[in-house]
Write a protein that binds this ligand. Structure first.
Ligand code: PGA
Length: 247
């Protein structure tokens, strides 16, 4: 299966960062990988115009569930598509926490993304307390059932990212055993939801302090189809290092 490498730049990047995308584009050309960089919305248009590889795309980091309307400061999937992006991250824990987004909100956003013919990267993950309490699998089941819209996901595919909140930006990576256990569970729950089919359009990513040094063992797991990378996606060397470590 072709591995999937997504970079989430979060609130980093100005116009001159286009050269980073050009470097990543060159490094991924002709290789058996899917690569997506999700810059701030301000850069989508500019970066999309620099991409020449079929296996490289630009994504957004969030969207509103409505197409247009009186929502000051928000952007819609329609607008993101108009700028040339093909993916939209929805449900990242930083937005779930900072903006009080619920699973139902995430599902509505994912539906809006599918409706524009784009692909959502639907994120979920347990908090440190839930991890300590041993409720990780229950939390993930609830988030999967609550935030993944079944019908479009079945026919159009999905990118689902498991990102334990305590591992994001902290340098604490979940152990390989832990990632394996959760990803096996995700695959099982998706199966119960009627979304178990493993096709080239269905991807399960791991995210949380992924680096060139740990990416290889994570991507080697049967139910890990790639990684969602924050901090280490900002520098082309480390992002390309992650790709090189996995294929
Ligand atoms: P990190 O972020 O790689 O910096 O831990 C991952 C993410 O938030 O997607």
């Amino acid at each position: 299966m072709t591995l999937f490498f997504a970079g989430n730049w979060k609130m980093h990047g100005t116009k001159d960062w286009a050269k980073r995308v050009i470097e990543i584009d060159k490094a991924s050309r002709g290789r058996d990988v899917h690569v997506v960089i999700c810059p701030p919305a301000t850069l989508i248009d500019r970066l999309a115009s620099h991409i020449h590889s079929d296996n490289f795309a630009i994504g957004a980091q969030t969207c509103h569930a409505a197409e247009m309307g009186a929502y000051t400061g928000d952007i819609s999937a329609l607008m993101i598509k108009d700028l040339g992006a093909q993916y939209v991250i929805v449900g990242h824990s930083e937005r779930r926490q900072a903006y009080g987004q619920t699973d139902a909100d995430i599902k509505a956003k994912a539906q809006a993304v599918y409706a524009q013919g784009l692909m959502p990267i639907i994120c979920m993950g347990e908090s440190e307390q839930q991890y300590i309490d041993g409720t990780t699998l229950d939390t993930i089941s609830r988030q999967l059932e609550g935030s993944v819209p079944v019908e479009p996901a079945k026919t159009k595919g999905y990118v689902i990212a498991y990102e334990p909140i305590w591992a994001i930006g902290t340098g604490k990576v979940a152990t390989v055993e832990n990632v394996e256990k959760v990803h096996n569970h995700v695959r099982y729950v998706l199966g119960v939801m009627g979304l178990g089919t493993k096709t080239p359009l269905h991807h399960l990513l791991y995210g949380g302090s992924v680096k060139p040094a740990n990416a290889g063992e994570l991507c080697a797991l049967e139910n890990v189809d790639g990684v969602l990378v924050g901090g280490a996606s900002l520098e082309p060397d480390s992002f390309i290092g992650i790709i090189n470590a996995c294929i």
